[in-house]
Write a protein that binds this ligand. Sequence first.
Ligand code: LM2
Ligand code: CA
Length: 494
Amino acid sequence: MLRRLAVRLLAGAVVVGLLAACTPAGAEHPEPAAAKDVGVQLFHWTWDAIAAECPALAEAGYGWVLTSPPQEHVLGEQWWTVYQPVSYRVESRLGTREQLAAMTAACAEVGVDVVADAVVNHMTGQDEPGVGWAGSRYAHYDYPGLWSDAEGHFHHCGLTADDDISRYDDVVEVRSCELVNLADLATETEPVRARLREYLADLVDLGIAGVRIDAAKHMAPPDVEAIVADLPAQALVLSEVIRGPQEPIRPEEYLGAGDVLEFAWGRDVKGIVQGGALRLATELGSHEGSATYLPSDAAWIFVDNHDTERGRQTLSYADGQDYVLANVLMLASHYGRPIVYSGYAFSDRDAGPEQDGSGAVLPATCPEDAGPARAWADGEWVCQHAWPEIAGVVGWRAAVGPAGEDAQVQVDGRVVAFSRGERGWLVVNGNAEDVTSTFETGLLPGAYCDVVAGRLADGACTGQVVEVADGGHATVTVPARSAVAVHVGARQDG
Ligand code: LM2
Ligand code: CA
């Protein structure tokens, strides 16, 4: 039997409460919560491919998609060309303006929001003049009809030899010098802010529901606030502020602009999963955890993103089952809200996605056997969002909703169970061996289908059926380094 652990919840209340011990006869099973708080970053997916994927995303329980940057960019095969804007024309290797609008419409039809990556801190980093994807001419500090040095649109910080950022302990340098030679916009000036607001307004007109603010750390918080000021009140704003323990700039400074990405979670969960003491993952972001994190209600967490999977600061698809475990812990987390990452396989850090002769990205397709055990060739779409184990727990999260008053955690060595009242229950096993045990699930009696290894199809469960007895007890085998998850939306007995 699992030891019950006190868990400090988002509101700060300590819950040690007993799980419902007995159930009134004939009690109705609760409805799934149908929460839509899980995002998925579809890195370098084209607009057409995202539009085609949205019904499957909705079906799995994803609420929104984060795209790669949609504006005109420099030419080149590397993935990072899209982080060098040439203009704010919505024309890129990922699709046209019309295709982007068609994507947001197709996704909206199935209830999936689309959030765009907004590169607003800088322009290109090329010293030589060139032509962008949509044909716009540019030079390093001259973007005809848009920005120019003559009008004071750029910073030339004069603080380092080449005007590049060198010290992250100097706030002025980080915000006014150049990030890897990228022409740094004078975002403290009104004309620059106004034109950036116009760009975001255009994205909203095209059906975009929110923005990731790329390189937010490299702009002062009032600049970011001014740039997002005209977005609709309900728009999602995700400031990208990489937490550096020794750095003076804190992610918390950006809460005035909206939500913020919490990078510490993914970095911390890597060590926890590799070490096996999964219990520690339940403490991340709580007052029991050692690290200071953003407030839960404004924080978005992720196991990896396109930068961290390349930098290896976090786990990635290449970590197979450990990666699955980290994603399960994220989706079950009481802290923050989760973003699943989905990219393509690579061995060269700079390698772009598969593209045609013109440089247009080829539409992503997911292999039938996408999952942690598969070997990936460079360029293949890894489709982490569709790995059965991850997609199943996304469905669990959507059915149980974010952790509320009834959320509890139980720990027994390297086995950790998450309860969401009568709506769902999930258990992870950090051991190298299977564990069979009788658990107190808190669920109403019935037969529930494990959505990690199985699915409920036409009333039959393709995986383990968890029989919950009176009092909520169930004897369950939790596979080594894996999980079992059940919820009221997947009951075998209807
Ligand atoms: C980000 N967040 O703050 C993005 O998440 C990250 O992926 C971007 O870097 C960065 N900020 C700028 O938007 C990527 C990539 C870099 C790449 C830049 C610009 O990680 O390697 O830099 O985009 O495309 C590349 C070269 C670099 C060169 C620079 C300018 O790697 O050596 O610097 O272009 O030509 C001279
Ligand atoms: Ca800047």
